[in-house]
Design a protein around this ligand. Sequence first.
Ligand SMILES: [Zn+2]
Length: 422
Amino acid sequence: MTLRRVGDPRAVRAAIVDATLTDGARVDVLLEGEQILGVGPGAGAQAESRLDAAGGLLLPTYVDTHVHLDKALIRDQLVEHDGTLQGAIGAIHAAKRAYDVEDVRRRARAVIESSVLTGTTRLRSHVDVDTVGGLVPLEGVLAAARDCAGIAEVQVIAFPQEGILRDRGAGDLMVAAMENGATVVGGMPHWETGEDDQREHVRLCFEIAARFDADVDMHVDETDDGSVRTLAMVVEETERRGWQGRVTVGHVCSLSAADDAYAGTVIAGCLRAGITVVSNPVTNLVIQGRADRGLVRRGTTRVRELIAAGVPVAFGQDCVKDGFYPFGRGDMLEVALVSAHAAHLATVDEQHLALAAVTTVPAAAWRLGPAYGVALGARADLQLYAATNWPEVMRLQDPPRQVWFRGRPVARTTVTRELLQG
Ligand SMILES: [Zn+2]
């Protein structure tokens, strides 16, 4: 057992007794204030209160590093469309024009709360910044983040959903968003018309990032067209600006449709530039490949090849019952399961890659370092399951029994099932 004094000596000590870690070790975890003070057999002996984990799996809480809180839960207000990305963006316009801050705040808050109940306490939300909705979506999501500060941590990305060159005025609004609470610069270069504008879009995003010393997290190549090259543009700009380790790219669907030579080169570039890839299979399985007949592409990027090359791959929820995707509830356990199906992650080791994709990989992209994890000195953002190992947790899909944020219990779920005949 390792034991070290950290934090306020007057803080209450609580213990989670007899929990199982991902490596199979059975331990007690001692919490003091918002930190983990001890991990090991017998570490709970000094606690003032104890929770018996009964051998259940104890994980750090999930990090959903790609979600759209501003447009969540608007599905019922929209007219049905053709199901494509273009159709969804258009269908949302009327709703986006009519948003008010309180409406966005209420919907975003509902998704944050639903996420916490299912074990996520860190969310990075893209928020539309464009001439359709102005800064209303940003104000609403920031208000929800403040409302929920006691149960979760929310980062906000200034996301030019309508383009920057196609939507004149969006660039100035992105700067205003960064001045008013957004902390990460988004982008969507493939949405521009032609390679010159795509390259200029990438350049403008990095220029804003340099001005605010901010990380970059862009939507990249969310299309079936294997000839688009904006991922290569992002790699190039990352290296030119010295932004290695500070860039995340989301979706990257068309990499699967691209030729192997390009894929190999650009994957090596991502590794060199320290870029994290976020795949969002739950949404892209619904959106992509709609024009295909016969063998239908499903929009999941080259997850296994990226991981094999050493590129960090995270999974995100992306959408929650909006114009793009009719399902979702901020449940990263569900996201891990669907993504494992989409990316052919089936062996026990591969299933643990799905776990890493919703925990340690996004935590590294956030540069949380030793503050994250079930480890001595880490912040006590934890979740406890009834099942005793990750493959069973993922297979059974029961929510965590209890969730802790900054050392405080913030959610509890009891599942009761009874066979009435037998
Ligand atoms: Zn997205």
